[in-house]
Each structure stands twice: as structure tokens, then as C-alpha cells.
Design a protein around this ligand. Structure first.
Ligand SMILES: *[C@@H]1O[C@H](CO)[C@@H](O)[C@H](O)[C@H]1NC(C)=O
Ligand SMILES: *[C@@H]1O[C@H](CO)[C@@H](O)[C@H](O)[C@H]1NC(C)=O
Ligand SMILES: *[C@@H]1O[C@H](CO)[C@@H](O)[C@H](O)[C@H]1NC(C)=O
Ligand SMILES: *[C@@H]1O[C@H](CO)[C@@H](O)[C@H](O)[C@H]1NC(C)=O
Ligand SMILES: *[C@@H]1O[C@H](CO)[C@@H](O)[C@H](O)[C@H]1NC(C)=O
Ligand SMILES: *[C@@H]1O[C@H](CO)[C@@H](O)[C@H](O)[C@H]1NC(C)=O
Ligand SMILES: *[C@@H]1O[C@H](CO)[C@@H](O)[C@H](O)[C@H]1NC(C)=O
Ligand SMILES: *[C@@H]1O[C@H](CO)[C@@H](O)[C@H](O)[C@H]1NC(C)=O
Length: 540
């Protein structure tokens, strides 16, 4: 049976049935406890039929596509082999109207007493099994949801306001409320603390919780968040329109972008003290475009015409709507990755789907329709406050919450500058110094990492996705947020690890401490920058 209305449980009214331990418990194996739990689950006071109650011993492999999950989710769903014995509970919860959330809670046999929620990515209605597997590998009871729909497209929101509401916040909320209840019923004990980990849309979900549902989590890791949502989507339209098509005079092709990146590195790589292909502070790079102009460099390969140079500069400039900055513009140092984003399916697809399915609910809308009026319309609609840019975090702070916000400085999809803008706006709204924010909100600009993963920098941070660099809180964000919440051991830096060929089995190539904003890394060593001790965090 489904819960018919969200109001019966979703706003803190959830009351779980008392499940006292029987006076003389029969010894029961974990696997039979798991399967029998499936037939005794209650949500609120209602018995609830699960769709999955499966014991998975360590080293199990699941194939969720074969189990019937949407084929477009294959890339998001890839689950690594399970590393611990666990009980997998799956169920479907009705929210409101057409809305329903598919969620899974993985309950490890060796429970660490804590609860963890994973997030989602892009528009994807796909359970991120990698992150759930990551959480249980450390002993967390971990929940993930399909974010209220199946498959990677925003088509699910077309004339479906409740499905859209689930995407903006309610799927995460539901997963946490139900997941905590399941955890309590399974172990006969409340989780001592509740955590969140997510990147991209998952980063936005983490911020949504901190801003609007501060009671959900004690500790949040919010990576590369898709906050400033309406500005981000507007910027995609503005940039793709400014660039035009590959026959436009304004277009920059792969060779142009590669030339820009090369010139950026020539002018800016050494500003941090190390010429290593990584910019430690992208904000310091003020590119002089002159050497790139065909007119001044004798038509060197990839050189720019005046009009191309103007488009290029627009990409790195703030995007204003009615005189207000709504997007920071891109940062320098990863221009070739940016080109791949401009010609790839993601930005174009997000733009097309958001405007056609959500803003106008009119399938005649295409990128060719785009104008600044569309951005106004998107801001006016701002469904369920998807913008996720509320800057008074006092409720979260006062509940004792901690948030670790990080963003790759080479993020080719969601520019780091929007995270900078958010941090600055919180500071202004809360009249706080950075030292005051440090009490509950710490922000890390991570050099040389693309969107959530990848890039030339030391980018393995324990940010989920399967691979951790190590279990020490210094090397692992998930371990760090626990240490911060439970022992007050707040992060002064985040150590990133770069593996040889990005393959952990090949060993560590180098590590680097990423500084807590507003400090920035400066190299004073005598090597090539791969020596961690050669770097110092300097506040300017
Ligand atoms: C659960 O499923 C069983 C068997 O299909 C059915 O008889 C029962 O009514 C269901 N219970 C609820 C609460 O939906
Ligand atoms: C998972 O199942 C799908 C559909 O049956 C199949 O195409 C795919 O190859 C399987 N993936 C793996 C890794 O076995
Ligand atoms: C989503 O997929 C599940 C199977 O994984 C299916 O039972 C459910 O009906 C689907 N929901 C929608 C709205 O298509
Ligand atoms: C799977 O997802 C795609 C993309 O979101 C969607 O178009 C399709 O309808 C979904 N398939 C099913 C069976 O729900
Ligand atoms: C230009 O774009 C068109 C349409 O997208 C594509 O078919 C063509 O291959 C592109 N040409 C180059 C040189 O990239
Ligand atoms: C998009 O442009 C086309 C062609 O000009 C027009 O027919 C259509 O109505 C426009 N759609 C929207 C939603 O503005
Ligand atoms: C910050 O200061 C302003 C002006 O003094 C005040 O109106 C506002 O309430 C303060 N905000 C917070 C979060 O304390
Ligand atoms: C940097 O220096 C280290 C230590 O000397 C060396 O092992 C490594 O190969 C060098 N890396 C590069 C890219 O030159």
C-alpha cells in the first residue's frame, strides 16, 4: 500500500511503529533477518510492501539494468561490487499527485550507527548506486532515490508539477525521512548522526537541505553545486547563442580553444609559483588576449579573429540579468574541456529540456528561440525555488549543522565562480567574517579538477563515486565530515590525491593540500610542484 498523501508523514509527523526487541530473541542470521524485515516494515503506522528485500553478501554484483531500471540510467547506475554484507531494501513511496519516489536503503551488517543520504546528478532520475555502495563500505546505513522519476531526461517534468517538485527537493526529503525510519526499524535504534554526500545536482540538493530543511542532516558534503540554477541555465543559452554554430564567425573550434588554453598557461600557470599545468587560483588569471590574435601572431594555428576574441572574452565575463550578476562566467585553465562541454550533449540538452519541458511547457521551444526574455521567464517561474541561493543559513548553524562545500576550479559544466558568489552572499547576509562562517560552513576551491571528478589536479578527495584516496579524514571528505560533526575536528585543508593514470592500482602520482577559502596555495618548494610540502596556504 502506498501512503496516499505526503501530509501524513513528510513534515515531521512520521511515527514509526514500536519494534521492541522480543524478550527472548531467537538467534537469527543476518540474511534471514533481512528477508523477514521486508515483510514487517511499517511506514508511519502503515504496513508497507517493499519491492526489494535482498541479502547481499560482500562481493555481490548487481546489474540494475537487468533488474529493470531505465536503460538511460546505465551510466549513473553502475554499481561496483558490494564490499560488505548488507540488507538491500527497495520501495516506492507516493508523494503527491503523480509524484512517486523509488528509493533504496542499504543496511550493512556491521553498522557504524550513522545514516547517510546520497544525491543525484543532472536531471537524472537514477539511483546513484556507486555512492550508496561507497557509504555502506564505511558502515553507514545509506539511502539513495531516483529523484522522483525514471531516466535521465527532464521530459518527466512536462506538465507534471509534482514530479518537478520531487526533483527540486521532495525526493531527497522523502528518501531521508523514510530511510531514517527504515534504519531505525531494522537496527531497533536511532541513527546517532545523519550525513549527506552529493555533487552537481547532488551539491544543489545538499544546499537545498541546508537552506530549507536544516533538520535533515548534521553534516553535509556539497560538491560543485548546481545552485544559482536559473542563472546557470540562462548562461548556457547565452553562451551557446553567442558562439553560434561551427559556421559562425563567432565560433571557436577545438584548435582555437586549445590555443587559448596554451596561452593561458603561458601567462598564468606560474602565478602560484609552480609551472605544473594547474592553476591554484583561477581568479588571478587576467588573460591578455593580444598574443592570440591572428593580426598580431602571424596567423599562428588556432589564432583568433577580433570577433572570436570578443566571444571568448564573453565566456569568461560575468553574465548579468537586469544589471545583476547571475553567473560568474567560466574560469581559465581548462579551455579544451570547456569546448567539449559546448559541443557536447549536456549543456545543450539541459538548456533545451529545461525551457521546453519546464519554463514554457511548449515543445516548439528550441535553442534557436533563446533570448534574454527567456531568462526573465525562468527567474519569474523559479519552480519550488530551484534557484537554491538562499543565503541566511542561521537555522542550519543554530541546529549545529556543518557543511563542507567544495568546487573544482576546472569545472567545465558548472563554473566555480558561482560557488564563490554564494559564499560571498552568505557572508554578506549573515554579517559574518570567514572565521565566523568557519564555525559551520567551510569552502574549498579545489585546483585542477573538472566537474566532480577528473582533470590534471589532485582530485580524489573521498567525494563519493566509488574510489577514495584513503580513510584518514585529511584524505577523505566523508571521514572528515564525521570527524567535524562528532569531534569538532574541522577541516583546515582537504588533501587530494592524483593516481598514476587516474588508476588507484598504479599508485599515487602526487598529493596536494587544497586550502580552505579564502586562503590560496602558493608554491615555495624547489621541485616541480608534486611535493606536497612545497605548498603553503596563504591568506591574502
Ligand atoms: C502487500 O502485498 C500482499 C501480497 O501481494 C497483499 O496481500 C497486501 O494487501 C499488501 N499489503 C499492503 C499494505 O499493501
Ligand atoms: C547488465 O544487464 C544488461 C541487460 O540485461 C546487459 O546488457 C549488460 O551487459 C549487463 N551489464 C553487465 C556489466 O553485465
Ligand atoms: C519507474 O521504473 C520502475 C521500475 O524500476 C517502475 O516500476 C515504475 O512504474 C516506473 N515509473 C514510471 C513513472 O515510469
Ligand atoms: C527511460 O528514460 C528515458 C529518458 O528519461 C525516457 O524517455 C523513457 O521514457 C524511460 N523509459 C521508461 C520505460 O520509463
Ligand atoms: C559542424 O556542425 C555540424 C552540425 O552539427 C556537423 O555535422 C559538422 O560535422 C560540424 N563540422 C565540424 C568541422 O565540426
Ligand atoms: C520558437 O520559435 C519558433 C519559430 O520562430 C516559433 O514558431 C515558436 O512558437 C517559438 N516557441 C516558443 C515557445 O517561443
Ligand atoms: C545583518 O545585519 C543587518 C543590518 O545590521 C541586519 O538587518 C540583519 O538582520 C543581519 N543579518 C543577520 C543574519 O544577522
Ligand atoms: C616531478 O618531480 C618528481 C620528484 O622529483 C618526479 O618523480 C616526477 O617525475 C616529476 N614530474 C614531472 C611531471 O616532471
Amino acid at each position: 500500500m502506498y501512503i496516499s498523501s505526503v501530509s501524513t508523514w513528510a513534515f515531521g509527523l512520521l511515527v514509526s511503529t514500536a519494534h521492541g526487541t522480543p524478550a527472548h530473541p531467537k538467534p537469527q542470521s543476518f540474511s534471514s533477518k533481512c528477508t523477514s524485515f521486508g515483510s514487517s516494515l511499517h511506514i508511519g503506522s502503515h504496513p508497507f510492501n517493499v519491492t526489494i528485500a535482498q541479502y547481499l553478501p560482500a562481493a555481490s554484483v548487481i546489474n540494475t539494468t537487468a533488474e529493470g531500471s531505465n536503460v538511460t540510467c546505465a551510466g549513473y547506475n553502475d554499481a561496483p561490487p558490494i564490499s560488505v554484507n548488507l540488507c538491500r531494501i527497495g520501495l516506492t513511496v507516493k508523494t503527491e499527485g503523480e509524484g512517486e519516489v523509488i528509493l533504496e536503503t542499504w543496511l550493512p551488517e556491521e553498522w557504524n550507527g550513522r545514516f547517510l543520504s546520497a544525491g543525484n546528478g543532472g536531471f537524472a532520475g537514477c539511483i546513484q548506486y556507486q555512492d550508496i555502495a561507497y557509504g555502506v563500505s564505511y558502515g553507514f546505513a545509506t539511502v539513495g532515490t531516483n529523484n522522483g522519476h525514471n531516466g535521465t531526461s527532464a521530459g518527466a517534468f512536462f506538465h507534471q508539477p509534482e514530479v518537478l517538485r520531487d526533483f527540486v527537493w521532495r525526493a531527497l526529503y522523502t528518501g531521508v525521512e523514510v530511510g531514517k525510519d527504515i534504519t531505525k526499524q531494522f537496527y531497533h535504534k536511532e541513527s546517532c548522526k545523519s550525513y549527506y554526500i552529493g555533487c552537481s545536482t547532488g551539491g544543489r540538493q545538499g544546499w537545498k537541505a541546508a537552506q530549507a530543511y536544516p533538520e535533515l542532516f548534521d553534516g553535509i558534503i556539497a560538491g560543485a553545486p548546481a545552485i544559482a540554477w536559473n542563472g546557470q541555465l540562462g548562461w548556457f543559452g547565452e553562451m551557446l547563442t553567442s558562439l553560434g554554430t561551427n559556421t559562425s564567425a563567432t565560433w571557436l573550434d577545438a584548435a582555437n580553444w586549445a590555443a587559448v588554453q596554451e596561452e593561458v598557461m603561458a601567462q598564468c600557470d606560474g602565478l602560484d609559483g609552480a609551472v605544473d599545468g594547474i592553476l591554484e587560483d583561477t581568479r588571478k588569471c587576467r588573460l591578455d588576449v593580444t598574443p592570440l590574435l591572428c593580426s598580431s601572431n602571424g596567423d599562428k594555428e588556432g589564432c583568433l579573429s577580433q570577433i572570436q576574441a570578443e566571444t571568448m572574452e564573453k565566456v569568461f565575463s560575468p553574465f548579468l540579468v537586469d544589471g545583476e550578476v547571475q553567473h560568474s562566467g567560466a574560469s581559465h585553465g581548462y579551455e579544451s574541456a570547456l569546448y567539449e562541454a559546448f559541443v557536447g550533449p549536456l549543456l545543450e540538452g539541459w538548456l533545451q529540456e529545461w525551457y521546453a519541458y519546464v519554463v514554457y511547457q511548449d515543445l516548439s521551444w528550441t535553442r534557436a528561440n533563446f533570448s534574454i526574455d527567456d531568462v526573465h521567464a525562468a527567474f519569474a517561474l523559479n519552480p519550488y525555488n530551484v534557484q537554491t541561493f538562499d543565503t541566511d543559513l542561521s537555522a542550519f548553524r543554530d541546529l549545529g549543522g556543518k557543511i563542507l562545500h567544495w568546487h573544482g576550479q576546472a569545472d567545465q559544466l558548472l563554473a566555480v565562480g558561482n560557488s564563490d558568489r554564494y559564499y560571498d552572499s552568505v557572508k554578506a547576509t549573515m554579517n559574518a567574517t570567514s572565521t565566523e562562517l568557519d564555525e559551520f560552513y567551510r569552502y574549498f576551491r579545489i585546483s585542477g579538477i573538472n566537474h566532480c571528478f577528473g582533470g590534471p589536479g589532485a582530485g580524489m578527495l573521498g567525494q563519493g563515486g566509488g574510489v577514495a584516496a584513503g580513510n584518514d579524514p585529511d584524505d577523505n571528505m566523508l571521514m572528515r565530515i564525521v570527524a567535524w560533526v562528532e569531534e569538532g575536528a574541522a577541516p583546515e585543508f582537504v588533501r587530494g590525491t592524483k593516481f598514476v593514470n587516474d588508476t588507484p592500482s598504479l599508485g599515487v602520482e602526487f598529493t596536494r593540500r587544497h586550502c580552505k577559502h579564502p586562503a590560496v596555495n602558493v608554491y615555495t618548494g624547489t621541485g616541480n610542484g608534486t611535493d606536497e610540502a612545497g605548498w603553503t596556504c596563504v591568506e591574502e
